[in-house]
Design a protein around this ligand. Sequence first.
Ligand code: HEM
Length: 296
Amino acid sequence: MGMIVLLRSARLSRASGLCRFSKSSKIDSVCRGYVVAVVVVIVVIVAERLIMDSYEEGENPSNLKGFTVSVVFSQLLGLVLIVLLSFWLGHYRGGFAWQTDLNLQFNYHPLFMVIGFILINAEALMTYRVFRNQQKYCIKVLHGVMQIASLVFAIVGIKAVFDTHNLAQTPIPNMYTLHSWLGLTTVLLFSLQVVVAFFSFLWPGISYNLREQLMPIHTFIGKAILVMAAISCLTGMTEKAIFALKTSYPTELEGKLINSMGLVLVAFVGIVLFIVSWSPWQRIPPPEERHIQLSE
Ligand code: HEM
């Protein structure tokens, strides 16, 4: 639910970025932005309330104190992150285009990498906590579909940046920075994780014991990938700030915006990692699922 809200808000804020703020429309856009933000906050709170009600009905004895507040807070941070990113790329970096203007095509790179590898990926990690009372198979499929969606966004984001290097009148060398090495390693590890997870957890016929042994490795690598993606984004943002602002980085407001975005990203990833790692909030399988597992 939170993810749908985020993606909608991403589209809205991207659209407002595309229409290049003129002075007369600036106030209107800001008001619209506030209205959208307030509506989204209300929707998120109501949705989380409904989800919590379903927890209370279940037989799950987990101690969920503070869980809803943490999930709502994480969704708000994700929302702030996508709004700041869209505003930066739309307002300061000129908006978006595909192959007609390589400078604007570059902007799809940070947008899609953050949407795919930070926002959707993080939401996918939280599915087992947020939808804790649903059937395990449904959560597993949702988790897998979201991870494939992350990968699709990431591949388009990577294509965007490779095009800006390769199609430039004087081609720019590829893969020369630490950011690009770390970024590509993250993409490769993520792809490997998706393939291995598909054959380990969704492919029929794998024994329950083997799945149980692979699970801690899968969850550890999943969290490590989120951390690597966050570091890739932070190094990418710093690089872009230095390339674009040069000596005016210390004084330009855009520099402060980029730095703030980095802090919000760290806070978002931090709270998501806390939610998925805090042991009292782990999903406890309901009795009927335990029965299925024993008979496998
Ligand atoms: C998980 C997220 C990210 C990954 C996996 C990633 C990956 C990559 C890769 C593989 C390249 C090399 C392209 C080439 O050599 O042709 C690259 C370039 C670049 N990326 Fe990212 N990126 C990510 C996020 C970001 C973000 C958020 C920004 C912020 C603006 C950014 C800024 C840049 C810049 C400026 C370049 C060109 C310079 C360079 O090659 O380092 N990246 N990225």
